[in-house]
Design a protein around this ligand. Structure first.
Ligand code: AG3
Length: 279
């Protein structure tokens, strides 16, 4: 296959086309169709059930932001749990912090991890770090059953269809709350505020009801439906908007900086209105 297009359909009247050079891998796992494509503009791309999950060239805009904000606002992060994130991009950001002692990554689909290890060399540092422990299991079941407690839980899921549906419910956030230490923090990717407006507001409501409050911040990810992307934090104690001063920013950040950290919590008016309407 040479120079063909992948069409990513989002709604009845909106879709995106990606010109790709090559399909490097495609298979149907127990849970989903996994595709690794090679494109001129975005480099290698991972698609699950036809939806772009990450690309070599803009992954930093997502992975730095889903990790570094919490890692720079919680002063005592030693044990981290990542739910989803089987591509290794989130892991690769976390291991940049020497203060982190242990990371459990719970991914439902072992094939995603296998394939990404092979095709995304940029995510190798996360997989090969001795502090990383990969568990192939349903994240919902894991937080219901585990006796372990974490300082930080990151939910790096795909959209709320297929295996990820349960990761957006209030009962899941209640289990996450239970699985955190007394000053623990959680962050989840919370979708496009435009194309997933209902999900985005329901995540906010559900995290508020589990944690008493929730904090939203944003990034822009060109390869996710139209760009604007949200993250939502539930925190038992620490204010995620306050940057701790004694944790150095890892070298080589391409998106995150303390100034970006602060600015990311400033929400556009249309989003504030959405949240007010949602109650
Ligand atoms: N995490 C978020 C993917 C969301 C993509 N959604 C979309 N394009 N409609 C993917 C895993 C990255 N580590």
């Amino acid at each position: 296959m040479n120079g063909s297009w992948i069409y990513e359909k989002h709604t009845e009247d909106y879709g995106v086309s990606w010109k790709i050079n090559n399909i490097l891998h495609q298979e149907k796992s127990e849970y989903q169709e996994i595709t690794v494509a090679d494109s001129e503009t975005w480099g290698r791309m991972l698609l699950l059930d036809g939806i772009v999950q990450t690309t070599e060239n803009d992954e930093f805009m997502y992975h730095e932001m889903i990790t570094q904000v919490a890692l720079h606002s919680h002063p005592g992060i030693k044990n981290v749990l990542v739910i989803g994130g089987g591509d290794g991009g989130t892991l690769t950001q976390i291991v940049k912090h020497p203060a982190v002692e242990h990371i459990d990554l719970v991914e439902i689909d072992g094939q995603v991890t296998e394939i990404c290890r092979k095709y995304f060399p940029g995510f190798q540092p996360g997989f090969s770090d001795p502090r990383t422990n990969i568990i192939i299991q349903d994240g919902i079941e894991y937080v219901q059953k585990t006796n372990k407690k974490y300082d930080l839980i990151i939910v790096d899921s795909s959209d709320p269809t297929g295996p990820a549906v349960g990761l957006f419910t209030s009962s899941f956030y209640a289990s996450v709350f239970q699985t955190l230490n007394n000053d623990g923090m959680m962050v989840t990717q919370s979708e496009s505020p435009i194309f997933y407006a209902d999900i985005f507001t329901s995540i906010y409501r559900n995290i508020c009801s589990a944690f008493g409050s929730a904090h939203i911040y944003m990034s822009t990810v060109p390869t996710y439906i139209s760009g604007p992307w949200t993250f939502t934090i539930g925190s038992k104690k620490h204010d995620p908007r306050k940057i701790i001063s004694d944790r150095p920013v890892p070298e080589g950040m391409k998106y995150y900086s303390p100034a970006v950290h602060q600015a990311a919590f400033v929400l556009p008016q249309y989003i504030k209105t959405q949240l007010i309407k949602a109650g």
